[in-house]
Design a protein around this ligand. Structure first.
Ligand SMILES: C[S@@+](CC[C@H](N)C(=O)[O-])C[C@H]1O[C@@H](n2cnc3c(N)ncnc32)[C@H](O)[C@@H]1O
Length: 464
């Protein structure tokens, strides 16, 4: 059997309605703030007003009766709030309200209250109200914090846009308006409204009203280095509304778990020796799916614009007139460095930080500006440098860095399998062989590596 609700959830129109608020301390001020947002005509009964309440009265946002509460004051009120610090007086107010059959809230006294004020997530005109039925207000507040974090701040903007266009959609929608709105919310139109681009949102909506089927779009999304907690809100939102996902080897299974369940999944990963899906083909696949009207998620490890070939992909999309958006992700350098306790810059050790690829040419050679890399006072982060690690360390020493210059390799950074090997340019290659490091790995070279001894905080399951 389902349990009974302690309160009936509803939203009450209070615009221009009379509300009696007894008390004028901090708690009353909080209630007054909410009542003002709802446009209520608030009468305050209190001998003394705190500064906030006084300002509201001076502003004509409420009227003030400097008197003791008496039961005749409850007449013709729509609501009553008892917010004094006198429990006996609060009980008297509640009794008068109950006798007159007027809903009353007694602050911190659910027993005497006929209504309670929920915890609120404000995305007005959309409001989310949370209540634990007065059983566990702290828990309700925690739930509110979670919903706050989940709902983009711009949801209010989206709701306002939908409100403005509601009548038009009702009039024009051949099929049910609800179907149109559902497709709108999942599509690029809602994304545009969230960004504040009402013109694009209106255009997307008009397209839905005329054509029905939605136009495709590509989301080029950075999934971060591995830990799903490092995803951005926007990444998560787009992951949950795509029709098809093309993903790389470096996108962790835990992140793939968060992609919409019924989305089609296409693995286009490129292991070093496995070029199963060449870049050109990936570009064409993106275009093909988008042109078929799908919302295509192109999910990449780290950030799509850092050694991610994201630029090439969107060049192709642009050439084909396919709409897209790019969502940055935490790049491996920031993710791995943070989780390894190695700040990439530091006042004493590194005033610059360079990201560089350690990927060799076809002939196995590395073509890098070693003079610029082998410098003191900077940190150099090598992506894709595991195979060429001996070459990198030798070249840096040959170009002037000391043999005992600090360097670290981070394997599987930010995941529970993370391993960090701190060493010197001289002995790092041998240490990596001994530890059987496989990858993905990031190489950090510079004096900042020494700080790890003090700053390491995250240890993967493998022992860190
Ligand atoms: C093709 S690049 C992609 C980089 C990605 N776009 C980014 O911004 O992090 C792949 C390289 O990134 C590095 N990498 C990515 N994720 C990593 C992780 N979790 N731990 C260590 N290195 C990582 C490795 O050097 C790997 O070879």
């Amino acid at each position: 059997m389902t349990s009974e609700w302690p309160y009936f959830p509803l939203f009450l129109r209070l615009r221009d309605e009379p509300v009696l608020l007894v008390g004028a301390g901090d708690v009353a001020a909080r209630k007054l703030r909410l009542l003002r947002r709802a446009g209520a005509r608030v009468q305050i009964v209190a001998r003394e007003l705190n500064d906030e309440v006084r300002a509201a009265v001076d502003d004509n946002a409420a009227t003030h009766l400097a008197a003791e509460f008496s039961s005749d004051l409850v007449d013709r009120q729509r609501l009553i709030v008892a917010a004094t610090d006198d429990a006996v007086l609060n009980a008297r107010i509640a009794a008068a309200a109950h006798t007159a059959n007027i809903p009353v809230n007694v602050v911190d006294d659910a027993e005497r209250s006929s209504f309670i004020v929920p915890a609120i997530v404000d995305r007005s005109p959309m409001l989310v109200a949370i209540s634990s039925g007065a059983a566990a207000p702290v828990l309700a507040r925690r739930v509110r914090e979670r919903i706050e974090a989940m709902l983009p701040a711009a949801y209010g903007r989206l709701a306002a846009f939908m409100h403005r266009l509601r009548e038009q959609v009702k009039a024009q929608a051949g099929v049910s308006p609800r179907a149109i709105w559902e497709r709108f919310i999942d599509g690029p139109g809602a994304e545009a409204a969230l960004r504040g681009d009402d013109a694009a949102a209106a255009q997307a909506l008009a397209g839905l009203l005329v054509n029905g089927p939605q136009r495709g779009e590509v989301y080029l999304v950075g999934a971060g280095p591995g830990d799903p907690d490092l995803l951005t809100f926007r990444a998560l939102r787009l992951m949950q509304q795509c029709d098809v996902v093309l993903y790389d080897r470096l996108v962790s299974p835990a992140i793939m778990e968060l992609v919409r369940r019924d989305a089609e999944r296409l693995y286009v990963g490129k292991a070093r020796s496995d070029h199963a899906v060449p870049q050109d083909e990936i570009n064409q696949e993106l275009v093909r799916h988008a042109q078929a009207g799908k919302r295509v998620l192109r999910l990449k490890g780290g950030d799509p614009f850092i050694f991610g070939r994201g630029g090439e992909e969107i060049e192709t999309l642009m050439a084909h007139g396919v709409r897209f958006q790019v969502v940055p992700g935490v790049t491996a350098a920031s993710g791995c460095a943070a989780y390894a306790g190695i700040p990439l810059t530091h006042r004493d050790y590194a005033q610059a930080c360079v990201f560089v690829t350690g990927h060799a040419r076809k002939d196995g050679q590395l073509e890098l500006h070693w003079d610029q890399l082998a410098r003191r006072g900077q940190t150099v982060v090598f992506y894709m440098g595991l195979q060429t690690l001996p070459q990198i360390c030798t070249a840096l020493i040959e170009h002037g860095l000391p043999r005992d210059w600090p360097a670290a390799v981070i394997e599987d950074g930010t995941s529970v399998r993370q391993r960090v090997l701190g060493a010197t340019l001289d002995d790092l290659p041998q240490r990596v062989i001994e530890a059987n490091i496989k990858g993905p790995t990031l190489l950090i070279v510079g004096e900042v590596v020494k700080l790890r001894d003090k700053l390491a905080w995250f240890e993967g399951a493998a022992g860190g």
